[in-house]
Design a protein around this ligand. Structure first.
Ligand SMILES: Cc1cc2nc3c(=O)[nH]c(=O)nc-3n(C[C@H](O)[C@H](O)[C@H](O)COP(=O)(O)OP(=O)(O)OC[C@H]3O[C@@H](n4cnc5c(N)ncnc54)[C@H](O)[C@@H]3O)c2cc1C
Length: 424
């Protein structure tokens, strides 16, 4: 019997340390400094470095990675438990060396890069010295990679990359971009596209503009990029020619579950605020907490939150068990769908209980509402993941009789009577 919902005592001590450290030293960074990826903010970098040092000394640096890459190799369940602390703060993932999109990019570099590529790009990424960008979505096509147009063609001693990408997060702060491009129009999406590593300073890389998610201009880091006949050496190819789709699946599988782990933290934050408000605010009939409609909001939120958290943890456990994202596609897609909805619903209820204050810029809810919406779009929209869940689920079923379903009572009764010999 091996079901167990407890954290081992040694790791719990580390989690307790992380909890206190994030609350007292990292969350204050969110109120003072803006973009954690912007290394031009010298004050922020100066405040960040000693925190990163403390995390490294504690052995909690880059927990998404195995020991061969400088991480402790805790696996996804332990990472989930840590991420549900780190997700409270914008700065915490960078302080702990596991921020998106660098974590996912490091994962595919570790899997697919050559030794030279690892030395040049992976090591400084793991050391937290540089940032990276993943450049896949195009202005005319996001959810459906079959519609991507950016292409790379062989020319002389290398490749020529041309096309446009959109919503390439962190491009302004990145040293290099991982770009997906069509390399063989004769082949399907699954085998006709390849990944390239493109240093930001390569001639022809043009950041047209950067946009944000929501109205806050301090987060305008999702870039519209034009690749103007960018010349790349042959060794800019990441992995096999035609292998981009498989690489993208590896990357996005990990990225989605890590977002979900951090989203647990945001849901909990909104839920805690909801409970605090319910107990603090009064109407003539007593506290908000005494009103049944408030109690319903709290009960629904708690149940949805606990279901979501268990789904994330079980998915993390399955990843650790199978070590193969393809075997947990359904679970990850399910988590991805649940994440956006649970996050949205809990934030919405908490925001509602805070009245005017809730919708004002003096509370974090409007930013959280946008973040919840982002979770339903980034890394593929909810609908696409619902399709994945349904298709995977249906693989385990077979069609029955066209007319009478398998639970058709007269049919089953006739069969049962025959079996039991009562059909006289
Ligand atoms: C904050 C943020 C950060 C991002 N960062 C990156 C990044 O770093 N790199 C990168 O490459 N991309 C990034 N993206 C882009 C993201 O991956 C795409 O937005 C996403 O894949 C959806 O593509 P789209 O925006 O073109 O929407 P579309 O493909 O145009 O879809 C629009 C809507 O149509 C509906 N829809 C689409 N397809 C289907 C379907 N099959 N069935 C039913 N309904 C459907 C859905 O409602 C969907 O939301 C980011 C996006 C956000 C919001």
């Amino acid at each position: 019997m091996s079901w167990d919902f407890e954290t081992d005592a040694e790791y719990q001590k580390l989690l307790d340390w992380a909890d206190e450290f994030v609350r007292t030293k990292v969350e204050p960074m969110d109120y003072v400094y803006k973009n954690p990826y912007d290394k031009s903010d010298k004050d922020a970098v100066a405040a960040l470095k000693p925190l990163q040092k403390e995390v490294k000394e504690k052995g909690l640096w880059a927990c998404h990675l195995g020991p061969d890459l400088g991480g402790p190799g805790y696996g996804q369940v332990k990472l989930a438990l840590l991420n549900e602390i780190l997700g409270r703060s914008n700065w915490a993932p960078i302080v702990f060396g596991c921020q998106a999109p660098d974590s996912g990019n490091a994962e595919i570099l570790a899997h697919y890069a050559t030794d030279d590529q690892k030395k040049r790009y992976l090591q400084p990424l793991l050391d937290g010295e540089i940032h990276s960008c993943y450049s896949m979505t195009e202005p005319q096509a996001g959810a459906d990679p079959a519609l991507f147009e950016t292409k790379a063609v062989r020319d002389g001693d290398g490749w020529v990359l041309s096309g446009e990408k959109w919503f390439s997060s962190n491009a302004p702060y990145s040293e290099f971009f991982i770009v997906m491009a069509v390399t063989d129009t004769e082949k399907s999406t699954y085998h006709g596209q390849s990944m390239f590593i493109v240093p930001k300073e390569t001639p022809g890389v043009e950041i047209i503009r950067s946009t944000g998610a929501g109205p806050d201009p301090s987060h305008q880091s999702h870039s519209y990029i034009r690749y103007n006949d960018v010349r790349l050496p042959f060794d800019a190819l990441l992995g096999d020619e035609g292998g981009a789709f498989a690489i993208a699946q590896t990357r996005l599988g990990g990225g989605r579950i890590h977002h979900a782990m951090r989203t647990i933290a945001q849901c909990r934050k909104a839920f805690d605020l909801m409970c605090e408000r319910a107990l603090s605010r009064r109407t003539r009939n007593g506290k908000l907490a005494d009103l049944q409609m408030t109690q319903q909001k709290i009960a629904d939120s708690w149940i949805e939150f606990e279901q979501f958290r268990l789904l994330v943890l079980r998915t993390a456990w399955k990843i650790d068990k199978y070590q193969d994202y393809m075997k947990v596609r359904k679970d990850i897609a399910g988590v991805k769908v649940a994440m956006a909805k649970v996050y949205h619903d809990i934030v919405q209820r908490s925001m509602q209980l805070h009245g005017a204050l809730g919708i004002s810029g003096e509370m974090p809810f409007s930013e959280m509402m946008i973040a919840a919406q982002v979770m339903g779009i980034a890394d593929g929209p909810t609908e696409v993941h619902q399709i994945t869940v349904a298709k995977q689920v249906l693989r385990d079923y077979e069609a029955g009789d066209e007319r009478w379903p398998s639970a058709h009572i007269p049919t089953r009764t006739a069969e049962a009577r025959k079996l039991l010999g009562v059909d006289k």
